[in-house]
Design a protein around this ligand. Structure first.
Ligand code: BYC
Length: 326
């Protein structure tokens, strides 16, 4: 459905219309669903918002795995609330994507057949309880760094969805950090578990910001359209600068020998992630890609009866309303 929309828009694009659209973006105006937009703008938004929505619901899986094993009732309640929040974020984002003319079914189909991506980070396993802390601290921390500027993105429904998401992400980040603070006051075995979680998650967290700027395919156009507000490297650097101090406070060591404060730039220097590993993971060959996708596909298939029952109920209701009107 949306493919046809994009095609017809592309054929109707003339330079004056494109220039007017760009002028609106440059003036900082929000673009709303019924406004005219270039086909590429619509397509890029569907790709980014869709990928973001998929990341939220796939992101429930590594943490959902630990709800039954949380060590206290309070931790269990926190984790449960966080995982439920991620489902909510998925819903706001799918709704924002739908305003662009793509249906929820089309988005799920593209997730299931591998045409659309979700964040690379969720293809790594969560092996210990300390991973729940590291996910909150690093993964939600990276998400906040990326998403706070998106509250000012040019597409109205996306910008508005991001406001609530960011508020909730900051609770998520703090619950992760609090969990690690608590464990770091515990036994040596618990402290080792925290360090091990950081060792495994540090570079995958850096990969969440996408390839380095020189290899980023979409950044230049997305920034001109204010779909993205910062480059991948700018946000990665900001994340490193803030996270190093948080690691020091926890008493944890960032697993990077090249990490050091650079007086002249006013930032930390750090090692690049292994980009071959990144490309492997985003092309479907990470440690948990298969498991994650299978879990999403089964959830979709197992829920078919609910969707059918709701459709049947809606049909009956509308038939009743029609009969009453006659
Ligand atoms: N994982 O030209 P580039 C969350 C793909 S947090 C997978 O730089 P772009 C959550 C990219 O899609 C995560 N794929 O792309 C947190 C493109 O491939 P296609 C979700 C990645 O779009 C806690 C290709 O690489 N957040 O939800 O300008 C708990 C070239 O890259 C990744 C968002 O999605 C990656 N890490 O920039 C639960 C935020 N990086 O599409 C949930 C919004 C790159 O051409 N998204 N690729 O096949 C963005 O800001 C941007 O889409 C990115 C990538 C910075 C991620």
């Amino acid at each position: 459905m949306y493919a046809q929309l994009v095609k017809s828009e592309a054929s109707a694009e003339d330079p004056i219309r494109l220039a007017e659209f760009q002028a609106r973006i440059d003036r900082g105006e929000k673009i709303e669903p019924k406004d005219w937009m270039p086909a590429g703008y619509r397509k890029t938004l569907i790709r980014q918002i869709g990928q973001h929505a998929h990341s939220e619901i796939v992101g429930q899986l590594p943490e959902g795995n630990w709800i039954t094993r949380a060590p206290t009732l309070e931790r269990k309640a926190n984790l449960l609330a966080k995982v439920q929040d991620e489902a909510g974020h998925g819903l706001y984002l799918y709704c924002a994507a739908e305003t662009l003319g793509v249906s929820r079914d089309e988005l799920f189909e593209m997730l299931h057949n591998g045409k659309m991506k979700y964040s690379s980070i969720f293809n790594y396993p969560t092996l210990t309880w300390a991973d729940m802390g590291a996910v909150g601290w690093l993964v939600d921390g990276a998400a906040i760094m990326n998403q706070v500027p998106l509250q000012r993105t040019s597409y109205g429904p996306y910008a508005r969805a991001m406001v609530r998401i960011c508020k909730e992400e900051s609770f998520h980040q703090r619950q992760g950090y609090h969990l690690l603070l608590h464990m770091m006051k515990g036994s040596e075995a618990q402290q080792r578990m925290c360090q091990d979680a950081l060792n495994r998650m540090w570079f995958p967290a850096l990969m969440m910001f996408g390839p380095s700027d020189k290899d980023s395919v979409h950044s230049a156009q997305s920034m001109a359209w204010k779909i993205k507000m910062n480059t991948n490297d700018e946000l990665r650097q900001k994340f490193v600068d803030e996270t190093v101090r948080q690691a020091e406070f926890l008493g944890l060591q960032i697993p990077d020998d090249a990490l050091r404060w650079n007086e002249s730039t006013g930032h930390y220097d750090f090692s690049e992630p292994d980009w071959d590993e990144f490309h492997d993971v985003i092309s479907g060959n990470g440690p948990c890609n298969h498991e994650r996708l299978e879990a999403r596909k089964s959830a979709w298939n197992d829920g078919a009866w609910v969707r059918e029952a709701r459709m049947a109920h809606a049909m009956k209701n509308s038939e009743r309303r029609l009969a009453a009107a006659e």
